[in-house]
Design a protein around this ligand. Structure first.
Ligand code: NAP
Length: 396
């Protein structure tokens, strides 16, 4: 197969042979770079679908200097989202690109879909971006668990004002906050003091929904899974973001929950008109019972892997609509709105009005071992985590 124009590489072996006379040690990055401007890159890749621990491996290759409209980027931060794991397992609708353009004989794909990178060099025809700019990816499927990549501007969005922002904040803006933003705005025209109810409230999306909802004057009932320890701290954490009510999944199924909701919503005069579901199972029915007539229940995830059974009475007598939302489809259909959403959330972040989700960063240096990186990915779908996994690139 011919090497792709967008990602032209030379084999590491070949470059290594050139190294002694033609390379120098970069004192900041503590690794060899070619005197001819070749970048050495590493990426976490998989040759076939499977569990991350079984299929992921660290691959090295080199990237030639950019020419024409090519841009070489160095990643700064790339989160490990649940969807990234589903993609590696082969159960996610967006398929990765399996390619031999990274100097392998058999095709491999690079893991990860979200992240922020810094432009380190550009071809002579590139006008819209310059060295030092930060960029995020326009679409899913690029492969962001990598130290470097080469591409064209059609795959990138430039972050217009990065001042005052950390890579972890910019690298996690385009999926979870945008998902929460659109689900709060696009299904129901909520008025201030009206309510939404959500499960998975401590997830990245859930936390974003609490904060955006609060800023727009909406009230929220937030459901988290019951845990053996740390429940009170979690409640306080979500309340500090703006949650009006935080309850466990067990409390929602109890008989007195209806009375608690009635009291909180001023006897029902402040209606609950929107539900957000990323868990599934019987919990969704328990939530839907509290929705006002003509409300919407939007499903965007299925963390419990349990199906949602539609309660027919609520469909017939209360005209509840059950919808789905997928940020990837929305991003492809409305790229300008996506850029505006990203900029708005980043402005709020800079102003201290939007807090990023708790994270478990793993620093990815040139010498970081494959096992550490694979372990970080494998742990993502384990529940009760203290934060979202994210690769933060150090000396690469
Ligand atoms: N449709 C879209 O466009 C879109 C966009 C973004 C995200 N998503 C989906 O939204 C969900 C959350 O993503 P995220 O990145 O915000 O998550 P995250 O920050 O990584 O948090 C994971 C969440 O899932 C919960 N969870 C884990 N295992 C669970 C289980 N077996 N049953 C019930 N809950 C469980 C966790 O609760 P505990 O703390 O109790 O474990 C936590 O609230 C995922 O399903 C993701 O794929 C969809």
């Amino acid at each position: 197969m011919a090497p792709s124009r967008a990602l032209f590489t030379t084999t590491t072996t070949a470059l290594r042979q050139l190294r002694p006379p033609n390379t120098r040690l970069n004192p900041i990055q503590s690794r060899f770079i070619s005197a001819y401007g070749y970048e050495q890159a590493k990426c976490l890749t998989f040759p076939k679908y499977g569990e991350p621990k079984d299929v992921l491996s660290l691959h090295s290759h080199s990237i030639s200097p950019p020419h024409g409209d090519l841009v070489t980027i160095r990643f700064l931060a790339s989160p490990i989202n649940p969807a990234d794991i589903n993609q590696i397992q082969g159960v996610y609708p967006t398929k990765p690109t399996f390619t031999t353009s990274l100097s392998t004989s058999d095709p491999i794909a690079v893991g990860g879909n979200e992240g922020v990178a810094e432009v380190i060099s550009t071809g002579s025809k590139v006008k819209d971006v310059q060295k030092g700019d930060w960029v995020i990816l326009k679409k899913q499927g690029f492969g962001t668990w990598r130290t470097h990549a080469q591409t064209t501007m059609e795959n990138l969005v430039v972050i217009k004002n990065k001042e005052g922002l950390r890579p972890e904040q910019v690298g996690t803006v385009s999926v979870n906050p945008c998902t929460a933003y659109r689900m709060l705005k696009d299904f129901v025209d909520l008025a201030p003091r009206e309510w939404f109810i959500q499960n998975g409230a401590n997830s990245g999306v859930g936390r974003a929904a609490i904060q955006l909802g609060k800023l727009w004057g909406y009230k929220s009932i937030n459901i988290v899974r019951k845990r053996e320890s740390g429940m009170e701290e979690l409640k306080q954490d979500l309340q500090s973001l703006g949650a009006d009510m935080v309850v466990t999944d067990e409390e929602v199924e109890k008989k007195d929950f209806r009375d608690r909701v009635k009291e909180a919503t001023n006897g029902g005069r402040e209606p609950i008109r929107l539900g957000l579901n990323c868990v599934g199972g019987s919990l969704v029915n328990a939530m839907a019972k509290h929705l006002a007539p003509d409300s919407h229940m939007v499903t965007y995830g299925a963390m419990s892997k349990q199906p949602v059974q539609l309660p027919t009475g609520l469909l017939i007598f209360k005209n509840i609509s059950f919808d789905g939302f997928w940020v990837s489809r929305w991003s492809e259909q409305k790229p300008e709105e996506k850029e505006a959403c990203v900029q708005e959330v980043l402005d709020l972040t800079r102003e201290g009005k939007f807090k990023d989700t708790p994270m478990q960063p793993l620093t990815w240096n040139w010498d970081t071992k494959q096992d550490e990186l694979v372990q970080a990915a494998q742990g993502t779908l384990e529940g009760f985590r203290s934060g979202k996994g994210i690769f933060v690139f150090g000396e690469t």
